[in-house]
Write a new protein. Structure first.
Length: 278
């Protein structure tokens, strides 16, 4: 009888310990999960006309308003469109944040979300060329307004404003840098396409272009033509083509230490500003 009671007591103790371990593990898990989600705060930008744009923003820890920080604008691809204000964090942007933390380069990173059914640039991705629309798309216009407001209200280093994006966001990267060439210290478009006839507008902007050599969604020719046009007007554009790689060239690009080092290293000079105005 004593043995039975003792065994029950031992089992109860073991069960209690197991419950404690499980609860502790769950607490740890959820703490980590929430911690992983919080580096990018969910925000909604409202334009003067009352239009809304979802976006995520990362601000450096212990942000000092007296300091100035690099600013990265990230354009997601077509698959991350919607209204959840979450999917734009799936590809690329977390790699940018990881690099900035790893290299101790505290930065402001902004990732807007294009609404479902809209595009950063109103053009067909399958076409072999396009002319930049006179007016930006609705989502691009809102992003431009968000960018301008961020520069005014946040401690942004105006000599270190970068833009990058993938696929549909690669088109967005080309589009915004061709509309606002004086703003950006560097651009890194991934498997996108721009208006080759406007290459001279961005000839002084440091640009590194990436594309898969076997991309059947956005033809590799889109990036090749932009690089060719830029070189013709004297640009020192860099180009990386991944032989045999299809449309997903962003995983390799945003995990490329050299590419990210190059991006965060760029800084506008007075000479660059003067050349950009010509």
């Amino acid at each position: 009888m004593f043995d039975v009671r003792q065994r029950k007591k031992d089992l109860n103790i073991k069960y209690s310990r197991l419950v404690c371990v499980v609860l502790t593990s769950l607490t740890f898990f959820f703490t980590i999960s929430l911690g992983a989600a919080t580096p990018f705060d969910a925000k909604v930008f409202k334009s003067a006309k009352g239009k809304l744009l979802n976006y995520r923003i990362h601000l450096p820890e212990n942000l000092d308003p007296k300091k100035e920080y690099p600013f990265v604008l990230f354009f997601h691809g077509a698959g991350e469109r919607g209204g959840d204000n979450k999917k734009q964090l799936i590809h690329g942007v977390k790699d940018l944040l990881a690099y900035s933390k790893r290299k101790k380069v505290p930065s402001i990173i902004v990732a807007p979300q294009c609404l479902a059914g809209e595009q950063w640039v109103n053009t067909s991705w399958g076409d072999l060329s396009h002319k930049m629309p006179i007016e930006p798309s609705d989502s691009m216009q809102l992003t431009i307004e968000l960018l301008n407001e961020s520069i005014k209200k946040l401690p942004v280093d105006k000599k270190r404003i970068y833009v990058t994006g993938l696929s549909m966001g690669g088109f967005g990267t080309w589009d915004i840098v061709q509309r606002m060439p004086k703003i950006f210290a560097a651009a890194m478009p991934v498997c996108g396409g721009g208006d080759a006839e406007l290459a001279s507008v961005i000839k002084t902007v440091p640009i590194w272009v990436f594309h898969g050599g076997s991309d059947n969604v956005v033809k590799t020719k889109r990036s090749q033509d932009m690089v060719t046009a830029l070189k013709k007007v004297g640009s020192k554009v860099k180009y990386t083509e991944y032989e045999g790689l299809g449309h997903n060239s962003w995983d390799r690009t945003y995990r490329d230490e050299n590419a990210l080092r190059w991006l965060f290293h760029q800084k506008k000079s007075k000479k660059t500003d003067e050349l950009g105005e010509k």
